[in-house]
Design a protein around this ligand. Structure first.
Ligand SMILES: [Zn+2]
Ligand SMILES: [Zn+2]
Length: 415
């Protein structure tokens, strides 16, 4: 029995009862502490990363070896405290540097070796604070630099900051892009305010889409939206077409308000099911096409009336709040959460109309935060698998009320 009036409660109840996966790491060895680690070995407290060896506390990175405290790095080895570095070796405290070796406290270097405290150099060797030194002097300086002394680190940092202000930098981190606003965008076109995004087209507010299949014609997706077309309000999901309000889903078509659903189409308000290609489903129950169409319309009307906007609202929000009226003609508005003013562009409005979505009442940052808030904090706990009872190391605390499975049990028991 499906009662449209009870949808919100039933949706939440089903969500709380449905199993969650204790860890999404796969193809990895000795990487139990951390999450979403793929094809990696001997790594600790890394998140959203792949092909890593001996990496510690790294995030959103690929192919790191022997690295610690790095974020948004690729193909680095023996690096420490680096951000947005690519193909660097034996380097620490560096940012935005590519193809470098033995560089320290540096910013925006390309193909440089043996540099300390440098900014904006290309093809240089033995530089300290952007001044050429002999190999001997450089080696002496490096030897006397005690990186474990906070006072020395502070001094270097101060000098580096001065240089950073003197040397001009590129206004944006983009490569192979056309008509994109945002930062750290690669191989993309027509992107509006996207960040850390690759292979994305005709989309807006896409975050952390760093994999090779980006998104097309989608808004408000990420982290980790992969291979999506015509999607909205999606987090941690892949290969979707025409979907809205999903979390941890993959290979879905024409579906809305789902978590942990895979290889299916025409799902509405479903959790933890897979391979439902054969019909229409509301709250995990099979229904006929006419009922599906009529009932989903009814439910959406109720959600609109209550001002339910995102998946996050539906799962966690107190519904006895003031309903915000949303008129289509008002392009500038203030966020009902943080109060910041934000604008809605014409392109965005076109998309919302096409997708039949009410105009947002939250600013883009709050929207992205809500999607991230669907996940657990980056803390690891020991608890046992709800299926096989094997010990799990997971971001689900022992008192988290969900049923939590290991990856094997998760796939064995899915409906
Ligand atoms: Zn806001
Ligand atoms: Zn298990």
């Amino acid at each position: 029995m499906i009662n449209s009036e009870n949808f919100i409660q039933d949706f939440r109840d089903l969500y709380l009862k449905s199993p969650q996966c204790g860890s999404w790491s796969r193809g990895s060895e000795n990487c139990d502490y951390g999450d979403i680690i793929t094809v990696s070995k001997d790594s600790y407290m890394c998140f959203n990363s792949g092909n890593c060896r001996d990496a510690y506390y790294c995030e959103d990175s690929r192919a790191l070896t022997n690295c610690t405290d790095c974020a948004f790095c690729e193909q680095c080895e023996l690096c420490y405290e680096c951000v947005d570095c690519n193909n660097c070796y034996d380097s620490n405290y560096c940012q935005d540097s590519v193809n470098c070796e033995d560089i320290h406290f540096s910013y925006d270097l390309r193909r440089c070796k043996h540099c300390i405290g440098c900014v904006g150099l290309r093809d240089k060797e033995y530089y300290i604070f952007n001044k050429k030194h002999s190999q001997e002097d450089y080696e002496k300086a490096l030897e006397t630099l005690d990186f474990s002394n906070p006072k020395i680190l502070e001094e270097i940092d101060k000098k580096l900051e001065v240089l950073k202000r003197e040397i001009p930098r590129k206004f944006v981190h983009q490569f192979d892009t056309q008509n994109c606003t945002g930062d750290y965008i690669y191989h993309s076109k027509n992107c509006y305010r996207c960040f850390d995004t690759r292979h994305t087209e005709d989309s807006g507010y896409i975050y952390q889409a760093n994999l090779d299949m980006g998104t097309k014609d989608s808004w408000d997706c990420g982290p980790i939206p992969t291979g999506m077309d015509l999607c909205y309000d999606i987090a941690y999901s892949h290969y979707l077409f025409n979907c809205k309000h999903l979390y941890w889903c993959g290979n879905l078509k024409d579906s809305q308000y789902c978590t942990n659903c895979f290889e299916s189409k025409n799902l509405f308000g479903c959790h933890y099911i897979k391979s439902k290609e054969d019909g229409y489903y509301i709250l995990n129950q099979k229904v006929d096409e006419d009922f599906y169409k009529k009932t989903t319309k009814e439910i959406i009307d109720i959600l609109r009336e209550k001002g339910i906007y995102a998946l996050y609202d539906l799962l966690f929000k107190d519904l006895d709040r003031d309903v915000v009226s949303v008129s289509d003609d008002q392009l500038g508005r203030s966020c009902t959460l943080c109060g910041d003013n934000f604008e809605i562009t014409e392109d965005e409005i076109g998309f919302y109309k096409k997708m039949d979505i009410i105009l947002p009442i939250y600013c883009p940052n709050c929207r992205a935060e809500q999607r991230i808030d669907l996940r657990n904090e980056r803390k690891m706990y020991k608890r046992e698998c709800g299926g096989c009872k094997n010990p799990l190391i997971t971001t689900y605390s022992p008192d988290n009320p969900h049923i939590v499975y290991c990856l094997d049990c998760y796939w064995q028991n899915i409906g």
